[in-house]
Design a protein around this ligand. Structure first.
Ligand code: NAD
Ligand code: DAU
Length: 350
C-alpha cells in the first residue's frame, strides 16, 4: 500500500506533538499538522519535526470549513486523527463557549469535510471524562454510560456522539478513543503535573484542590501514542476503545512523588478550594484494547515521572518561555507577520 497521508489536528499541543514525533519516527506516514496555535499550542513542541520532508505544519482552525476542505484535497489526506481541542477543565468552568466552538463545532466541521472528501478513517481522540465520576470501586469501560460533569467533558461527549452519528448514519469509518490522564514532555503547565514541577522548582506553594484524595489513572504520553496508532491502524470501524495505564493515584500521591523527585519539602503543599463539580475518581479497564489489539503500556509511573521531571528540568528554557508567554510569538518570529506561504511550514503537497 502507498504511504498514507494523515491529518493530525492539535499537533502543536501536548499529546499532538508527541504523536507527530512518534509517527515520523516509528512509521512511514506523511503528516499534515493543523493547529490554531492557541495559548496551548506551541510550535517549539514540534521544533525537531518541522524540517522533516514527511511533515507539513499548517496554522489554522478546525472550525474553518474552507481550510479543512482545501487541506484534505491538496494533500490527498487518507485519514484524520483529531486531537485539536480546548482541553483544560478549569478553563471550561470559567468560560464554556469556546469549548463548544472548538470541541463540538470543530469536530462537526472535520466530520463533514472528511465525508465530502472520502477520507478513509476518522479517529476521534476523546477522554475518559465523558463517563463522569466513579465511586471507590469499578472502572470505566467502552459501554459505560456517558455522564459528563464539566463543560469540557460535556463538549467532548457531544463530539463523540456526532462521531457515532456519522458512523451510524453515513457509514463513515470512525474510531473513538477515550484515554485517562496523560503526563510527559511538552504538557502546558496549567495541568497538575507540569504545574507542580514548575512551582516546586521555584519553591512556590503547590495548590491541591479539596482534600487531595481525588484519583486519576495516569498514562505516560508515549503509551497513549502507541494506543492511538493501534486503534487507528487496527481498530474496528465504529468502535470505541478506552485507554489507561492501570495506574491509579491520588493527587496527593502524585504531588508527593514530584516533591521527592525534586528533593523539595512537603510543606510546599497548600490545600485550596475544591474545583466545582470535581470528579472524584477515574479508572480505566483497557481490556478491549489489550485483548483485541495487543496494546500494553510500556512505562510505569515511577519511571515515567522520573523521566518527566528530568525533561522539565533539562528544558527550563521551555518552561520559562511558556510561563512568560513568549512562545506565543514563536510563529511570527520564525515565519514573519501573517506567516510564510499561506501559513504552511515544511513538507509541502504531494
Ligand atoms: P492541549 O491543550 O495541550 O493541545 C490542544 C491543541 O489543540 C493545541 O495545540 C491548540 O493550539 C490546538 N487547538 C485548539 N483549538 C484549535 C482549533 N480550533 N483548531 C486547531 N487547533 C486547535 O491538549 P492535549 O492535552 O494535548 O489533548 C489533546 C487531545 O487529547 C484533546 O482532544 C483532549 O481532549 C484529549 N485528551 C487529553 C488527555 C490529557 O490527559 N491531556 C487525556 C485524554 C484525552
Ligand atoms: O482524564 C483525562 C483528562 O485529564 C483530559 O481529558 C483533560 O484534557 C486533562 O486536562 C485531564 O483532566 P484533569 O482535570 O483530570 O487534569 P488536571 O491536570 O487539570 O487535574 C488533575 C487532578 O489534579 C484533578 O483532580 C484536579 C487536581 N488539581 C489540578 C490542578 C491544575 C489540583 O489539585 N491542583 C491544581 O492546581
Amino acid at each position: 500500500m502507498a504511504t498514507q497521508t494523515l491529518l493530525v489536528t492539535g499537533g502543536a499541543g501536548f499529546i499532538g506533538s508527541n504523536l507527530v514525533r512518534f509517527l515520523l519516527a516509528e512509521t512511514d506516514v506523511r503528516v499534515v499538522t493543523l493547529d490554531a496555535l492557541t495559548y496551548a499550542g506551541n510550535l517549539s513542541n514540534l521544533a525537531d519535526c518541522l524540517d522533516s520532508p514527511r511533515h507539513t505544519f499548517v496554522r489554522g482552525s478546525i472550525t474553518s470549513a474552507d481550510l479543512v476542505a482545501h487541506l484534505l484535497q491538496a494533500h490527498r489526506v487518507d485519514g484524520i486523527l483529531n486531537l485539536a481541542a480546548e482541553s483544560h477543565v478549569d478553563r471550561s468552568i470559567l468560560g464554556p463557549r469556546v469549548f463548544v466552538e472548538t470541541n463540538v463545532e470543530g469536530t462537526l466541521t472535520l466530520l463533514c469535510a472528511a465525508r465530502a472528501a472520502g477520507v478513509r478513517r476518522f479517529l476521534q481522540v476523546s477522554t475518559d471524562e465523558v463517563y463522569g465520576s466513579l465511586g471507590p470501586t469499578g472502572a470505566f469501560r467502552e459501554g459505560t454510560p456517558l455522564a459528563p460533569n464539566s463543560p469540557y467533558s460535556a463538549s467532548k461527549a457531544s463530539a463523540d456522539l456526532l462521531v457515532r452519528a456519522f458512523h451510524q448514519t453515513y457509514g463513515m469509518d470512525t474510531v473513538t478513543t477515550r484515554c485517562s490522564n496523560n503526563y510527559g514532555p511538552c504538557q502546558f503547565p496549567e495541568k497538575l503535573i507540569p504545574l507542580m514541577i514548575l512551582r516546586a522548582r521555584q519553591g512556590q506553594s503547590l495548590p491541591v484542590y479539596g482534600d487531595g484524595l481525588n484519583v486519576r489513572d495516569w498514562l505516560y504520553v508515549r503509551d497513549h501514542c502507541t494506543a492511538l496508532w493501534a486503534a487507528y491502524t487496527r481498530g474496528q470501524a465504529g468502535a470505541v476503545y478506552t485507554i489507561g495505564g492501570g495506574c491509579e493515584k491520588t493527587n496527593l500521591e502524585v504531588v508527593r512523588a514530584i516533591l521527592q523527585a525534586l528533593d523539595r519539602p512537603e510543606s510546599l503543599i497548600e490545600f485550596v478550594a475544591d474545583r466545582p463539580g470535581h470528579d472524584r475518581r477515574y479508572a480505566i479497564d483497557a481490556s478491549r484494547l489489550r485483548d483485541e489489539l495487543g496494546w500494553r503500556p510500556a512505562v510505569d509511573f515511577d519511571a515515567g515521572i522520573a523521566e518527566t521531571v528530568r525533561w522539565y528540568l533539562e528544558h527550563a528554557d521551555w518552561l520559562t518561555q511558556v510561563a512568560s508567554g513568549d512562545y506565543l510569538h514563536a510563529y511570527e518570529q520564525l515565519y514573519g507577520p501573517g506567516g510564510k506561504a499561506a501559513r504552511t511550514v515544511g513538507g509541502g503537497t504531494r
